[in-house]
Design a protein around this ligand. Structure first.
Ligand code: SF4
Length: 231
C-alpha cells in the first residue's frame, strides 16, 4: 500500500478519535482547486513511507490513539488497501476512509470485511456537472452507487462538498442536497488557497463564512446534521 506521509497525531481528521493519518497518493480526479498536486502527478518520484513504519507507530501508540484516517489522493485506487487494513484492524484501531466514491465495489468489500468504521465521501458536484467540476471523465453511476451503499449500510459516514466560487456555489449545494436528502451528516467545506492543479484557481478567494452560513441555512433541513468545515 503506497503511503506518502504519516501524520503521527491528528485531533481533527477522525471525529471523536485521537488518530494518526496516512496519506495515499494518486487520484482519478483532477479537481482544478486541488492543492495536493504533489500527491496527484509525479508522486512516484518521492520516497514512500514503508507500511511497516506506519504499523509500528500504531503498535507503539496503542491505547493513546484510537483511530487511523486514510486520506489522499484516492485510497480506493490501490489493490493493497484491504490487506493493509486487515493489519491495522488487528491492532485494534478504528479506521476512517476518505474517498471520492468512484469505487463502490471496493467500498462494499471493505464494509463486508469490517475493516472500515467511518467513511467520509466527497460529493463534488451536482451529478450532471460531475465531469466538468472534477475535470475528468466520471462514471456518475459509480458515485451514485457509493452514495446508496453508505446510506443503506451499517458503517457511519458523512458526505462533504467543497464550495469554490465560480465552480461550486450555493445553488449547486442545493442540488446536491436534493440527491442526498435524508442522509445523516453533510459537511460544507471551504476551499483552500495554495498551489492548485489549475493555476487559475490559485488566487480564487474562498467564499466568506457569512456566505457559507447562508448556504448551510438552505441545505441543513435536508440532513440530520449539517456542519461547516474549514480545510
Ligand atoms: S481534491 Fe480532487 S483531485 Fe485532489 S485529491 Fe481530492 S478528489 Fe483528487
Amino acid at each position: 500500500m503506497p503511503i506518502v506521509r504519516l501524520q503521527r497525531l491528528s485531533l481533527v481528521d477522525y471525529p471523536g478519535n485521537l488518530s494518526a493519518k496516512a496519506v495515499v497518493p494518486g487520484c482519478n480526479f483532477r479537481c482544478p482547486y486541488c492543492v495536493k498536486s504533489a500527491l496527484i502527478d509525479g508522486y512516484q518520484a518521492n520516497p514512500l513511507v514503508p507500511e511497516s513504519e506506519v504499523l509500528s507507530h500504531l503498535y507503539r501508540v496503542r491505547g493513546y490513539l484510537t483511530g487511523l484516517c486514510l486520506g489522499g489522493g484516492e485510497p480506493t485506487l490501490h489493490n493493497g488497501l484491504l490487506a493493509f487494513l486487515y493489519k491495522v484492524k488487528s491492532l485494534g484501531y478504528r479506521v476512517k476512509l476518505d474517498t471520492n466514491g468512484t469505487r463502490p465495489r471496493r467500498i462494499r468489500k471493505l464494509m463486508e470485511e469490517r475493516v472500515i468504521d467511518y467513511v467520509a465521501m466527497d460529493v463534488k458536484a451536482p451529478l450532471e456537472r460531475y465531469s466538468e467540476v472534477v475535470a475528468s471523465k466520471v462514471d456518475v453511476e459509480s458515485v451514485e452507487q457509493s452514495i446508496k451503499l453508505l446510506r443503506r449500510g451499517s458503517v457511519d459516514y458523512e458526505f462533504r462538498t467543497t464550495v469554490v466560487p465560480g465552480l461550486v456555489d450555493g445553488r449547486d449545494l442545493e442540488e446536491i442536497a436534493r440527491v442526498l436528502i435524508g442522509s445523516k451528516r453533510f459537511v460544507i467545506q471551504q476551499h483552500r488557497l495554495g498551489r492548485t492543479l489549475d493555476p487559475e484557481f490559485g488566487d480564487v478567494k474562498p467564499f466568506g463564512m457569512d456566505e457559507i452560513r447562508s448556504f448551510r441555512e438552505k441545505v441543513s433541513p435536508y440532513f440530520a446534521e449539517c456542519e461547516i468545515r474549514q480545510i
